[in-house]
Design a protein around this ligand. Structure first.
Ligand SMILES: [Zn+2]
Length: 104
């Protein structure tokens, strides 16, 4: 997925679960899992961009940096990942916390 363009990455991010990679249909519920960088400097590089994170298991997680001044940022979130269920949100938050030191 590394060679994909920003546009492709963003499209994928919006339409798939960031944890189980299932495609989420138009009329299906989707949840946003918010994450926060441990180092605020990382947010500057990530804002408004889709980014891929690699986990030790080989799984990749596509997240998108929120915009400065957005509602999510005001709520203390730097990145959002779309997920299909509470279970996926839970698993994703745990993995990102353990491997990337990101707070849910
Ligand atoms: Zn899922």
């Amino acid at each position: 997925m590394a060679r994909q363009s920003q546009t492709q990455l963003r499209d994928w991010w919006l339409s798939h679960c960031g944890w189980c990679h299932r495609e989420i249909g138009e009329d299906e519920p989707r949840l946003a899992a918010g994450l926060k960088f441990s180092d605020p400097k990382d947010f500057r590089k990530a804002r408004g961009r889709a980014i891929e994170f690699k986990l030790a298991s080989g799984r990749s997680v596509i997240a998108c940096g929120v915009m400065a001044g957005s509602q999510s940022k005001k709520e203390g979130k730097d990145l959002l990942v779309m997920v299909c269920s509470e279970e996926c949100r839970e698993a994703l938050s745990t993995a990102m916390y353990e491997e990337w030191e990101m707070e849910p």
